[in-house]
Design a protein around this ligand. Structure first.
Ligand code: FAD
Length: 462
């Protein structure tokens, strides 16, 4: 519990209505997109200006109060869980699109802008911001930067970090720091913008973001390929990437998701298929036609049982809706869903899928998976129940095997979801100890009192 004096100081800074203390409100901010983590904050503050964020951090720093930054709470690594209590600083009300500059191809936004709102505003001007986490209906740009999020478009266009030109960050002591600007090139000093990108709320609170934009591609085509065998689907992805054609998206869904989506929203998906690849190509109409034909040919040659090209935008939207529903299909399937986020080199995808089959057989756990196959980034999930201690422990061990299999193939612990709480027990195995030490030293310099998102990324005492 925070002292009443501190609560009234927060009210003075942000206004009474921006400070939440009821049990119901605190519960709402006690969890995120994971099914394994929850912790109550002492108070939630919803500032509307950078100046308020600065004063909140100053107050927290002087009093040693933990502050957990939060956007929409959609992350799936436990990143926005206030595991040490204290303040949840939610940026949802800092949601203004400050500038869209069509000539300079840049935009500046506040961190609480929801990605879909941003996309809609850009689309009206024929502009395009590619990083597209599948949570786009809810997630915020601040959360996207703090997680360095990615999505289907990243096969061709790269991840959030590739679009960042400028940031405004409030440091733990309340100092408002400006980094970068609105130029595409900037080689002035260290790349500090990258330091805050993917920092999961542990180094500063992002209060303004400047991104570069692209013109909206004039044409798009969506294809789906049906496979009897998941490994063959994995190999088809490698074959496409090796062919010289670069699709905008290559997504993978397994039979479990196909069936669940069909149950929830019947749309004529092939329920007998063991895997589907959903692909998109974009660009000029002529290039799209040529690329689509080349992709269809490769898919057929690589062993797809059937390949369909969506006849219009409605049919394409239906397939992408099926992909978006994948997460709900999976996360609603069990009391506790453990979802991995490993990424393997794209030419190792088929081998990784084979290894997942072996791990499933050995452990007895059904392993479901879907993901961004074009990036080698799969989300294998295990259905379990945290209340059944013995089963949960076995599920955790199976997850460890999945992670180790990915590492053996040259992969990484997290492709896009971050470490948070969920993956910190593996960090030591996944990163050079000197690199971990440097990260801790950076944290010590920027946040000497350890008030910003404490308890995240590395295990305490480790
Ligand atoms: C259905 C579903 C689909 C998803 N699909 C994808 C996907 O395709 N790709 C992907 O990468 N992720 C995906 N995610 C995960 C998640 O949506 C992303 O990590 C997203 O970027 C989180 O944004 P948020 O606003 O919800 O941030 P939150 O969950 O609130 O916070 C995430 C982290 O960022 C920190 N943070 C938030 N705002 C700030 C700020 N202003 N300053 C400093 N730190 C801050 C928090 O402390 C926390 O550590 C998915 C999640 C769901 C539920």
């Amino acid at each position: 519990m925070l002292e009443t004096k501190l609560i009234s100081q927060l009210q003075k800074i942000a206004g009474k209505e921006a400070v939440l203390t009821s049990k119901e409100d605190l519960t709402t901010y006690s969890y995120d997109g994971t099914t394994t983590w929850a912790h109550m904050p002492d108070v939630v503050v919803l500032p509307t200006t950078t100046e308020q964020v600065s004063q909140i951090l100053k107050l927290a720093n002087e009093n040693g109060i933990p502050v957990t930054p939060r956007g929409a709470g959609t992350n799936v690594s436990g990143g926005s869980i206030p595991i040490k209590g204290g303040i949840v600083l939610c940026t949802a009300k800092m949601n203004k699109i400050l500038d869209i500059n069509k000539t300079n191809l840049t935009a500046t936004i506040e961190p609480g802008v929801v990605l879909q709102d941003f996309n809609m505003a850009l689309a009206k001007q024929g502009l395009f911001y590619p990083p597209d986490p599948v949570s786009f209906f809810g997630c915020t740009l601040g959360g996207n930067v703090a997680e360095n999020s990615a999505g289907p478009y990243c096969v061709k266009y790269g991840v959030t970090k590739h679009y960042l030109l400028g940031l405004e960050v409030v440091l733990a002591n309340g100092y408002v720091m400006k980094l970068g600007g609105v130029t595409v090139k900037n080689r002035t000093g260290y790349e500090l913008i990258m330091l805050f990108t993917g920092s999961e709320g542990t180094l500063g609170v992002i209060t303004k973001i400047t991104v570069k934009l692209l013109p909206m591609p004039p044409a798009r085509k969506t294809m789906i390929a049906v496979f009897d065998d998941m490994e063959v689907a994995g190999q088809a992805v490698s074959d496409i990437m090796a062919s010289g054609v670069v699709p905008a998206k290559i997504e993978f869904v397994d039979n479990f998701v196909i069936r669940r989506v069909e149950e929830m929203t019947p749309m004529g998906l092939p329920v007998e298929a063991n895997a589907l690849l959903i692909l998109e190509t974009d660009g000029s109409p002529a290039a799209v036609e040529a690329d689509a034909q080349q992709i269809v040919d490769i898919l057929k040659k690589s062993g797809a049982k059937d390949v369909k090209v969506a006849k219009d935008a409605n049919e394409a939207a239906m397939y992408w809706k099926a992909r978006s529903a994948g997460f709900a299909a999976v996360f609603g399937a069990a009391h506790t869903v453990m979802a991995e986020d490993v990424a393997v080199p794209r030419d190792k995808l088929a081998e990784f899928i084979r290894r997942l089959g072996e791990i499933s057989k050995k452990s007895g756990f059904f392993i479901q998976f879907l993901g961004h196959a074009g990036d080698g980034n799969l989300h294998p999930s295990i259905f379990t129940d945290i209340r059944d201690k013995e089963q949960f422990a076995r599920a955790q061990e199976t997850m460890a095997e999945i992670f180790r299999a990915a590492m053996e193939l040259g992969g990484v612990l997290s492709g896009e979801h971050g470490i948070g709480l969920e993956k910190q027990r593996f960090l030591k195995e996944a990163m050079d100890p000197v690199a971990i030490d440097i990260m801790k030293k950076i944290k010590g310099v920027l946040d000497p009192n350890n008030i910003l998102n404490p308890g995240k990324i590395w295990e305490e005492g480790a």
